[in-house]
Design a binder for this molecule. Structure first.
Ligand code: GLA
Length: 702
């Protein structure tokens, strides 16, 4: 009888074959239905000049089993011994939708376990652990989590980026060899890929089969596609370890970060649906309406002054803002970015009466108060580092890493430094009614070290411990994961925070791409999106208020601009957008995110459809000039084909946003159409100038 386990959950099938004591994922993808075959009976042919048995990618692919791709576990003992494990199954624990596979190599002296857990959303979670069962230290180089993909997955996709331009997709054919995305930033990184994906030819947002993997980790990492001449392809991801970074004493265990895997047969929207559903089902997922934010950074930068900030708060409250966030500049001697990080006490020179007067004013206006911190960092020009120069994380005693934004990393692996910063943050949260922390982390550090050994692994765990402990002590406080914009967007960080700052650019055109791809895995309610100044500070592009608000609406909406200087038109536009956001945030923040594979690359359609199919809101953004005189009719995906819908524009199209001599008639008073008509025929669109957007609301009629 076949020794195998089959799970089918949420439209995903997972078949694990345990024949010969070597766990193999025989299938991960479409459901197989009732007649699951005996996987071991489907063994492949054996070619000439090859191993004498068919070779399959084990759950933990290894040299000893003939896998000539990237081995998943690498390590050794003193002098290079024990370099090639031969793992054999020692135990199986089956849960309702999970399987833990325990393996061991007694000679090499390691126990390995991989837990596979298929969630109701169809998301597959993988966790690994490795224990040194030998009598001397075992130095671990790598432990990847790996999944096979079928040969019909011929194209890969991942995202890359840089500061103020995160999450841009890159695609390529899967040729033989390894495509490896390495992150060596000491943090997740601006270039970190949202997922490593393999899919069928031409897969898009709405079509194609696609297999994806995301590593929930905020330190160094690798994600890869490995395609072998054998015809076998795997995708995988794991922590990237420096030599000697993880040395396990006898009995000690290393745990991998969790890898999150989504398969979909309906394109990348299907992948998002699994990630979003899984995240939304977590007990800690924010359940209150996401408040409209005003952040002070691009409004005043370091120019902190109570009267100015009070005025800003007055205007904010008047237009409907619900949370006021004081950004960098309130502590230490922080008059610019050269000094003060580490000194987490309120600067009496700027705030003679502490933060109390501002907080009272903000709360008196009915808004929550939020505060910026960067707990993992220090300036060398700080009282903290003058007192404790040895608290800087460094690769070796006597060597100080190159500065980045005039700052260094606080060595959180040093328990005293950790306790110090925990104590300061705890004191702040105890003293003041702070509802929200914008938790920043603003530098790459490629040589994080503690006591002369690489410490990115330990530093990342210490940062997690700090977040977890503060959450435990102050459970009501929400935390944003910011890292020079979007350099810490990963599910490891998001397991202990409540939103991400997707990018430091508030330029709406840039944001159209960044938010789209960040939301491949992160649901919109966790993606901070702000309306920036009229002329963007990061690109100097000027955008009208309609485009800026329409872009920010499809996330956790906020404003980051000195709105005291906003024109009457701009204030009116903000009011309209805030009302719309409040009326639609229940849909925007719980519904299914849909994107269209537009035949015209100059436009981008993004929508969110309520789960009952009764309401939806779409943004149709004209990014560049179009090749067409008249826009191609736009089909609205995700609606119920059987229902009728009233379709209308949510906000008037400003006169200068459109050109041409006539606009489609439906724009004046709306139109009722069936879900089928909207999906098949589509809607005619006005001729928009580039960098404008039309918001469309859709509501079912009885
Ligand atoms: C980082 C953040 C910004 C802002 C500044 C403050 O760059 O990403 O949003 O908070 O730090 O110094």
């Amino acid at each position: 009888m076949a020794d195998q386990h089959y799970f089918e959950v949420g439209g995903v099938g997972l078949l694990v074959d345990l024949t010969d004591g070597d766990p193999v994922i025989a299938h991960w993808g479409a459901p197989l239905g009732a007649a699951v075959p005996d996987a071991s009976a489907l063994s492949a042919a054996v070619p000439n000049s090859n191993f004498d048995v068919p070779i399959r990618p084990s759950l933990v692919p290894q040299l000893s089993r003939g896998w000539r791709g990237r081995p998943a576990v690498r390590g050794s003992r003193g002098g290079g011994a024990a370099f090639s494990p031969l793992l054999a199954l020692t135990g199986v624990e089956e849960g309702q939708r999970s399987l833990t596979l325990r393996m061991a190599d007694r000679l090499v002296g390691i126990d390995v376990a991989v837990r596979l857990s298929l969630r109701p959303s169809g998301l597959l979670l993988l966790d690994g652990e490795l224990t040194n069962t030998g009598g001397d230290p075992y130095s671990l180089d790598r432990f990847d989590l790996v999944l096979p993909v079928p040969g019909r997955a011929t194209e890969s996709l991942d995202t890359t980026g840089r500061w103020a331009r995160e999450k841009h997709p890159q695609r390529r054919p899967i040729d033989q060899g390894s495509w490896v995305r390495s992150g060596r930033h000491g943090r997740t990184g601006h270039d970190a890929t949202a997922v490593i994906a393999a899919g069928t030819s031409g897969f898009g947002w709405r079509s194609g089969e696609v297999w994806t993997l995301h590593l929930g980790w905020s330190g160094n990492h690798e994600a890869f596609v490995d395609a072998l001449p054998s015809g076998q392809t795997v995708i995988g991801a794991g922590e990237l370890l420096e030599p000697g970074e993880v040395v396990l004493a006898p009995g000690e265990t290393y745990r991998t970060p969790t890898a999150y895997a989504a398969y979909a047969n309906d394109g990348l929207d299907g992948v998002s649906a699994r990630f979003h559903a899984w995240m939304r089902a977590r007990p800690q997922h924010p359940s209150s309406p996401r408040p409209v934010v005003l952040n002070t950074w691009e409004a005043v930068y370091f120019g902190h002054d109570l009267a100015t900030l009070n005025e800003l708060a007055d205007v904010a409250a008047e237009i409907g803002v619900e949370r006021f966030v004081l950004d960098d500049g309130w502590f230490g001697h922080r008059r610019n970015d050269r000094a003060g990080l580490g000194d987490w006490w309120v600067d009496p020179a700027v705030w003679p009466d502490g933060l109390g007067p501002l907080i009272d004013h903000v709360r008196g206006l009915g808004m929550q108060f939020g505060l910026w911190v960067e707990p993992e960092m220090v300036n060398e020009d700080s009282d903290l580092i003058r007192e404790h120069p040895d608290w800087i994380s460094r690769p070796a005693a006597g060597r100080t890493p190159i500065e980045w934004r005039f700052q260094q990393v606080l060595d959180l692996v040093n328990e005293e430094a950790y306790e110090h910063v925990l104590g300061r943050l705890d004191a702040l949260l105890t003293e003041y009614p702070i509802a929200y922390l914008k938790w920043d982390q603003n530098r790459d550090q490629l040589e994080l070290g503690h006591d002369g050994a690489a410490s990115t692994h330990a530093q990342t765990l210490a940062a997690y411990r700090l977040l977890d402990e503060l959450k435990r002590r102050h459970p009501g406080v929400e935390i944003e994961s910011c890292s020079s914009g979007g350099a810490r967007v990963d599910l490891g960080a998001l397991q202990r925070t409540d939103r991400v700052w997707a990018s430091d650019t508030n330029d709406a055109l840039e944001r159209q791409t960044i938010q789209r791809w960040t939301q491949l895995i992160v649901p919109p309610e966790l993606v901070g999106a702000h309306v920036g100044p009229t002329t963007s500070h990061s690109t100097r592009r000027t955008h009208d208020i309609d485009f800026r608000t329409a872009t920010a609406l499809f996330g956790h909406f906020g404003i980051e601009w000195d709105i005291r200087t906003a024109s009457d038109d701009e204030r009116a536009g903000l009011r309209i957008a805030i009302e719309l956001y409040k009326a639609w945030r229940d849909v925007l923040h719980t519904g299914r995110v849909v994107r269209a594979d537009a035949p015209d690359p100059s436009v981008q359609l993004t929508g969110v459809v309520a789960h009952d199919g009764g309401r939806a809101i779409y943004s149709w953004a004209q990014l560049t000039t179009s090749a067409f005189e008249t826009p191609l009719p736009v089909t609205l995906p995700g609606l119920d084909p059987e229902r009728s819908y009233r379709v209308a524009t949510a906000a008037p199209v400003p006169a200068h946003a459109a050109y041409g001599r006539g606009r489609p008639a439906w724009l004046a008073e709306g139109i009722v159409l069936s879900g089928t008509a909207l999906a098949v025929l589509g809607l005619p669109m006005p001729i928009l100038n580039p960098e404008h957007a039309l918001l469309i609301t859709v509501e079912a009629v009885a």
